[in-house]
Design a protein around this ligand. Structure first.
Ligand code: K1U
Ligand code: ZN
Length: 172
């Protein structure tokens, strides 16, 4: 298992539309393990494979890290089969858009079909942070970032802040 570098905006690879996984085999399980290691190393609560440069429809998530125990969940080929009309607003962040936090409105509750790390079909009903995080990660699979949901002005301010931080990091 290894920690892989996480791509940051405006890297064009983050715009790729990820492709379905044919079979959940050992190669996919290795990818899931590397994604979990990379997510924990970056202090994240979720990660999509495309964020480490692998445009496959795989997500990992762990919302229970405060309890001290690691319990990563994998979602392969996730699909939203129902979304509530009611929306909820959460402050979102993204490991690919570091240090930017913005409020985003999304459906408050969703039902999601996916394959687990054993390739078993699952149906999950989610609300709260789980629903938000799943929708955020599923956006990554379509090449969409959370800053694509905010105003043009806020987005360009966020991207400017990001490129300034990158420049400062490079020049020391
Ligand atoms: O997609 C990602 O880059 C992961 C992202 C998930 C997410 C967070 C919040 C709302 C929606 C989606 C993150 O993990 S951002 C980092 C983060 O949540 C965090 C970092 C440090 C302390 C506490 C939280
Ligand atoms: Zn993200």
């Amino acid at each position: 298992m290894s920690v892989r570098p996480i791509l940051t905006a405006p890297d064009p690879r983050l715009k790729a539309v990820s492709t379905d996984v044919g079979a959940v085999d050992d190669e996919i399980r290795r990818l899931i393990d590397d994604m979990a290691d990379s997510m924990y190393a970056a202090d994240g609560i979720g990660l999509a494979a495309v964020q480490i440069g692998v445009p496959k429809r795989v997500i990992v998530m762990d919302l229970d890290q405060k309890s001290g125990k690691k319990n990563p969940r994998a979602f392969v080929n996730p699909k939203i089969v129902w979304a509530s009309e009611e929306t909820a607003t959460f402050e979102e962040g993204c490991l690919s858009v570091p240090e930017i936090w913005e409020s985003v409105d999304r459906p408050a509750r969703i039902k999601c079909e996916y394959l687990d790390r054993d390739g078993k079909a699952q149906l999950l009903e989610a609300d709260g942070l789980l629903a938000t995080c799943l929708q955020h990660e599923m956006d990554h699979l379509e090449g969409v970032l959370f800053i694509d949901h905010i105003s043009k002005l806020k987005r360009s301010m966020a991207l400017r802040k990001l490129s300034k931080a990158k420049r400062l990091k490079e020049t020391g």
